[in-house]
Write a new protein. Structure first.
Length: 366
């Protein structure tokens, strides 16, 4: 059946990969003529720019109980073909609200991160209830096969209702290097992007960087978070503070990608990696720990290298090699196209239509 109305539910449109995914999905469907509503609990601006003006934004408020009841009322009144939630306790509240509104056959959950990476107590409790919520909701979307295995095997979610759909990534603004020589002429800059928190293991990256035989090399880490002071202190201790730049959070760091020679991912775990796709779209080689999602993005040696998680020597060696020979950007740009917004929206659309058809009835009803 043709879709006519969708509701998306997330904590906010603040900084974060899942937040951007929701903004891109809602906007992608809005451009296809589908009425879209994004329900949030907190106002935030970081990913608001990615939201199409045709998408209606509804603020439910931050109180868990009242937000759940307001969301139930929204579902009952709007009667969307499909409702989709993302991240932690939002999935649990979505199931409760959909049950109140009689909309469980049209409710879809999505998982974007490893449970141990969830910072809030209620988010982690919600993940522990995965065996129940994934059997009550119509489907559970996982952003990689690695994430699906985690949901099914570790969290004991429903294998029958769990599906993999890769994230949509905004690659339209990329301006990749035209050829390998252009990459090689760039300054030896290693770019990393992510929140400054333990799961990103930027301490490992700084240590590996400090051991490089590249006195002109520079490391740029874009992001903000609680580990800033510790990372700055580590760079000073290792004598590389003048070559490590941490400019904070940047909404659209495309110019940084366009001036880097290599992209580095040092995480302990990644459910997907929007950053890896963005780097490929800019033609950069990706040097990443083998931490989950990146292994499904970096499919060939021409695109990047995977090293063991936590292995400083292996990470340093791979970064050294990539700086010395960054290679041809063309196959990376082609690989990034697999994760374009249009392709992701098409995959979501097929799933939404399937679930709406199973739920029966006409648009907004059922």
């Amino acid at each position: 059946m043709a879709l006519s109305k969708l509701v998306f539910y997330i904590h906010s449109l603040g900084r974060g990969g899942a937040e951007r995914v929701i903004a891109l999905l809602a906007s992608g469907f809005a451009r296809r003529g589908v009425e879209c509503i994004v329900a949030v609990e907190v106002e935030a601006r970081e990913n608001r720019a990615f939201l199409d003006p045709r998408v209606r934004l509804v603020n439910l408020g931050a109180h868990h109980g009242r937000a759940t009841l307001k969301f139930a009322k929204l579902l009952a009144e709007e009667r969307p073909d499909i409702s989709l939630s993302a991240l932690g306790v939002r999935n649990l509240k979505h199931v409760v609200a959909a049950a109140i509104a009689g909309r469980l056959p049209r409710a879809i959950l999505s998982y974007h991160g490893h449970v141990e990476a969830e910072p809030r107590f209620l988010d982690r409790v919600s993940n522990r209830l995965t065996p129940l919520t994934t059997r009550l909701a119509a489907r559970t979307i996982c952003v990689s096969d690695w994430m699906r295995r985690h949901v099914v095997q570790d969290l004991h979610g429903s294998s029958r209702r769990a599906v993999t759909i890769y994230n949509p990534v905004s690659i339209e603004a990329a301006h990749p290097a035209a050829h390998a020589a252009e990459l090689s002429r760039r300054d030896p800059v290693i770019l990393a992007v992510g929140r400054l928190e333990p799961v990103k293991d930027f301490a490992l990256l700084i240590a590996a960087f400090a051991s490089l035989e590249q006195p002109r090399a520079k490391l740029v880490i874009i992001g903000e978070g609680p580990q800033r002071a510790a990372l700055e202190a580590q760079a000073r201790k290792l004598g590389v503070a003048e070559r490590v730049e941490m400019p904070g959070y940047v909404d659209e760091p495309w110019d940084r990608f366009a001036s880097a020679r290599v992209c580095a991912i040092s995480s302990l775990s990644e459910s997907f990696s929007n950053v890896a796709v963005e780097a490929l779209a800019h033609g950069l080689p990706v040097v990443s720990t083998d931490c989950g999602g990146p292994a499904e993005i970096i499919s060939r040696p021409q695109e990047g290298v995977l090293v063991p998680v936590g292995d400083e020597a292996a990470l340093a060696a791979a970064l050294q090699a990539a700086l010395e020979d960054p290679g041809d950007p063309a196959p990376r740009v082609a690989r990034a196209e697999v994760f374009s917004i249009d392709r992701a929206v098409e995959a979501y659309e097929r799933l939404f239509e399937e679930v709406a058809s199973e739920a029966g009835g006409q648009a907004h009803g059922g």
